[in-house]
Design a protein around this ligand. Sequence first.
Ligand SMILES: Cc1cc2nc3c(=O)[nH]c(=O)nc-3n(C[C@H](O)[C@H](O)[C@H](O)COP(=O)(O)OP(=O)(O)OC[C@H]3O[C@@H](n4cnc5c(N)ncnc54)[C@H](O)[C@@H]3O)c2cc1C
Length: 505
Amino acid sequence: MKNVIIIGGGFGGLTTGALLAHEGLHVTVIEKNHEIGGGLQSFTRHGIHFETGMHILGGLSEGGSVRRIFEYLGIMDKVCIKRCDLDCMDEVTYLRTGDHYQLPQGREAFTEALCRYFPAEREGIHRYLQACYDLTEEVDIFYLRPTTSVFSAHSERFMQPADEFIADFIEDPRLRDLLAYMNPMYGGVKGHTPAYIHALINVLYIGGQYHFIGRSQHLAELLADVIRKNGGEVITGKGVKSIHVEDKCVTDVETTDGTHFQGDYYISSIHVKTLLPLLTDGALPRGYVNRLTDAPVTYSAFILYLVFKPETFPYINHTGYIQDDYGQIWTHAQYDGTWPRGIMFLTPPSEHQGPWAKRMTLNCIMSWDEVKRWEHTHIGHRGRDYEAWKQEQAERIIAKLEQRFPQIRSCIDTYYTASPLTIRDYYASPEGSLYGYSKDGLDTARTLIAPVTRVRNLLLSGQCVNLHGICGVPLTAINTAECIFGFNNIVNKINETTLPHDEKK
Ligand SMILES: Cc1cc2nc3c(=O)[nH]c(=O)nc-3n(C[C@H](O)[C@H](O)[C@H](O)COP(=O)(O)OP(=O)(O)OC[C@H]3O[C@@H](n4cnc5c(N)ncnc54)[C@H](O)[C@@H]3O)c2cc1C
């Protein structure tokens, strides 16, 4: 039995660990926080649970890739999720004009809704959506298809900047803006974010959108249980402080309390910029280290958590996007008198969800620059000026929210906030980045990261490799696990176990 040491007990580390443990390896996950989960971590205030990261889920409909991975691991029946309204998974409101769009789930319904709102664009809408689905077909792993070649040839559109991709099909600037509304879900940057990322995220959610019921952390616990049931362990409250490398092989890792852990393989599922300084000097080629130290990360967010007075604010079974105006979807991170230009909100469902919401989570894109002046402070000790600043941001968000829900202020019992600093310190994510590295269609090689490294027994997993989020992270976990078990090995097993008989190859 091979021993695997996994650094980082977030979604990536736990999913990779669960896949490897399921295959019979002995897995030890080391997590620096007292709680596992990373982006799945929840926290509780006055008996109300809140998610620190992941809230909006896709890939979990019947036959969906994420669903099949969880089925393979034997946890799907315990994952607590609620499907958003079929006829409205997302509402998008533009405050200046009062335009309000309700977008349903399912390709046909989604297309028809857009055609109803923009009848003159019918043909372009059909072509645009076809092009999105075509792009996803270029990514075998997205559909858990075995790959025939390690080198994928992609169409010209694959790396085209997403905003230009949309504009190639759509004339109306309002519709161009609307079609990019999921931007905050992938850290979109005008002129840079490749069309394939836009397509994968949109297609993922059009296929079915879900929210966690209760705490997102339960998913982390289910994955940890798979590891433990297969003889592995999940250690919390110990950060890895150094990774010793000799002759291009890791010999051991040392944690903050001085303990040394040894394995046959070591998998890093922490941010790559956080990993690099932990390695023995010279372990990786200088060019590789410089490239990934300097590469840009995705933007961060300011998060407002509202607690409602009992039975005052209705539960909403979908996600909402509030935009100041058209033409701003690519500049939400810009901070000036008009911030926030966009708000994403949801009322996460509770276990016995009735007609009233207990809580609302609001995410507003924010750049690291806004909090840089407090970068040397730590959680709970950032000073009064920081607390006052946070309150000011919360008030700005609530003032915008009142334009969508005029009575909402009177429903609020209390609120909590998190800033890019909170995100940085919780997950050790540089600059409080939400989704790892920022992908750039014009400079692909800069943030291209393979799960293998030049250190023979060191592999990478987590959101810095490939795509982030509920779908991207488990797909990368498969890629990483297959570096040990062989090309297509895990994908074939998942298909064998979860596909209906007539769909198996
Ligand atoms: C605010 C926010 C909202 C989001 N919303 C969504 C959403 O709605 N839908 C969606 O699909 N995705 C969302 N995401 C993205 C999603 O949460 C991430 O893609 C995913 O959690 C990344 O998993 P990971 O394991 O790669 O990284 P993480 O979850 O960040 O895990 C890394 C773990 O490593 C630990 N660690 C770091 N350094 C060390 C060390 N030296 N030693 C030991 N452990 C260490 C950290 O504490 C952390 O637990 C959101 C993210 C954020 C921040």
